[in-house]
Structure formats: structure tokens, C-alpha cells
Design a protein around this ligand. Sequence first.
Ligand SMILES: Cc1ncc(COP(=O)(O)O)c(C=O)c1O
Length: 432
Amino acid sequence: MAKKPLKSESILKRDSRVISPSYTRSYPLVIERGKGIYIWDVDGKRYLDFTSGIAVANVGHSNPEVVKAIRSQTEKILHNAGTDFYNEPAVALAEKLCEITPGSFSKKVFFANSGTETVECAFKLARWYTKKPRMISFLGAFHGRTFGSMTLSSSKLTHRDHFSPLVPGVDYAPFPYCYRCPLGKKEKCEKEFSCLSYLGTQILKKVVPQDELAGIIVEPIQGEGGYIVPPDGFHKELQKLCREEGCLYIMDEVQTGFARTGKMFASHVFGVEPDIICVSKAIADGLPLGACVAKSEIMSWPRGAHANTFGGNPLACVAGLTVIDYIQREKLYAKAEKLGEFGKKYLKDLMQEHKIIGDVRGKGLMLAAELVKDRKTKKPAFQEVEKIVNTCFKNGLLLLTCGYSTVRFIPPLIIERDEFERGLEIFADTLK
Ligand SMILES: Cc1ncc(COP(=O)(O)O)c(C=O)c1O
């Protein structure tokens, strides 16, 4: 009997004819629906999702409470622009964000539709407020793909190839990727952070004059760059350096926010209070929304200085309010912290058996294993990582890569321990 053609195959063919080939899909998953920690493809196969749609579905796919809130809002109105009119869900969400982000000072919020736009907002705001032109970001950072945030990013050359000239006025400092120290050190920095010394004694003394520097932007944990966790104390020192230099300390929490790392924001984990925080991804369980949250004194620009059509969309805002309520009520941060410890130990144990795992790192349920061809040379296992992630896909587990050859483990935070363990076992069996 002839095999029934797969629905996904015909969709993939149609996709290749009309969709930009620039997207970064690594395996041919054609999604039909999702519920909680699972995704189903159009041919009915179920997958355990360890990607959360790139750290978006923290409260689970199509969380019923979020769906209900969105449904109820659709009966009222779908769109009214933050630019021209006012709406209560946007005000309520802004109030909530001011309350839950680090720092008890007065804050204001600009709503956007994605991560990159919140970074654009932060970049523009930093220049506007300080009246200074220059910014510093970190090597290996990823802040988005529009011109400003692309310029602030340096995680992969493909993101930049043939797009120059980029935005002028951006310089780059080394980030403490201690597994592959950018300054060639053998030991992990404990107190004196060589990357910050380099920034302080080289870049800020020889390249960027203090009276030209608007701000320094940083991810708490580098995401796309490879799930790179800086040593404890790094962020506090960086915050201190920003205060001494009189520039803004800007935190990109687009990927780390909303309980992913074991606290509501990773800034809480590292004990810092940035002047500006960018959030997006998990904020609305998949509805496009981003928010740039800044000290009120900083976000004091005049009417017309920055605006958009969809920012503060009421559908996305009611989703955002429900997501935050859900995270707080279910204490998902505590769950992420506990399961994260279990997951890290599991992966570290796996490292004993499999030489291909060169490093295991992460905070909360933002975990990663860096795969290498050889532990001594640390040569990235490019082909192997692709093969492993593809095989896991065939075995019913969705994973994503990042950095050189790193696998990330970012399930929805509602996952139970036995389900989490089952996913890790699929990965372990695939390694075998
Ligand atoms: C830390 C960080 N900033 C910004 C972005 C860009 O967000 P978006 O893809 O929504 O524009 C991302 C996306 O992965 C990110 O991880």
C-alpha cells in the first residue's frame, strides 16, 4: 500500500516557495497546536517542548487563563494604539511591571512588539537622556536584528554580513565567557574581573571618552551567545563602574525575564538595579509584546520623541497581566530554581559519561550543555550538535542550540519533575 503523504511535507514545500530563507529553523517541525509543555505537529505527532518557543511559553503553551483573558478582551476591542489614545490594560500592565522589576524607585514604561524594539527604545532613550552619542555592549551579546540592536550584538557574523554600515558610536567589551576566556586566562575570575579591568583600563581610557558615553548594555546571562553565565559579583561590579563613569546601566532581560532564572528577573538573581530594563518574549505567553522599563527621571522625553502603532495593544496587555499573576500565584520562579538545580546535576552527571559535553551551565531553567570534539582543545562540535538536536526531534524532544555548539534546555516553567527528567533522558539516550 502506498504511504500516505505527510501534511508537513507539503507545507514545507509551500513554505520554501514563499517564506524568506533567512529564518534559522534547524529541523522540519510544522506545528499545529500546543498545550502546556507539549507541541503537536500537523501529522499528529506529540513532542516534549524544551524550547518554550525560545523562552516565550514560560506559563505553558496556550495557558488556559491567558487564553480566557484574551478571549474576553476580543469581545471589547482588538486594537487601539498606545500612540494616539489611552487604554486601561496598558496602564495596569505598566503599573505591574514598575512594581515587579528591580528597584523601588519611580519608573515608566514604553511598550513595543518585540525584543529588538525594546532595545531600540533603550538605545534611543539613553542617547536622548544623556545627550551623549556612544554605547558599549559586550562581545558575544545578542540584542536583536534591527539596526540599533544588531549593532549592539556580536554573537555571530551571519547576523551582520553585508548589512554595514551599522549604527555609529558602539564599542565592545569582553564578556566573561570563562570556559573560553576572551582574554586567554586559565582560571575563572573570582573577584577581580579581567573583562571589567579591560573595559575600565583600556576601552574607557583609550577608546571611549567618559563625556561621550551614554550607556552600557548587557544581558544578565548571554542567551543566543551560548547561555554564558558571568561569575557572581560581575554584574554588581559592572553596575558600580557605570555609576562611577556616569553612564546608564542597561539590562537586556528579553530572554532571562519572567521567572526563567529562578527569580522574577535575572537582575534579582545578581542583586542589581539597572537604570533601564528591556523585557519581551515570555511577557505575554506568545502574543507580540515588549516593554522598556526605565527610571521615571530617564524616561522623560517629550511627546513624539518615540512612539509606535501597536505598542500597548490591549490583547497583549491583558495576556501580560495574566502571565504575571500566574507566575506569582504559582511561584514559578521557585519551581525554576529547584528544577534547575536538579537539571544541572543531571547534566553534570551525564558529563562524567560523555566526553562530548565540555561544559554545563545555567541558572534556574535556563540551562545549557556545550558540546566539544575534544575537552582539551575545546573545538566546537558543530556537526554533532546539529545531529543530536535533530535526533532528539525524531525522538520526540524539541531542543535548540546557541553559541558555537551549545544545546539549551528551556522547558515551560510549569513542567513537573518527572516530565523534565523524561526529556533529559531522551537527550541522554541520544548522546549514547
Ligand atoms: C537577550 C535578547 N535580546 C533581544 C532579543 C530580540 O528579540 P526579538 O527576536 O523579539 O526581536 C533576543 C531574542 O532572542 C534576546 O535573546
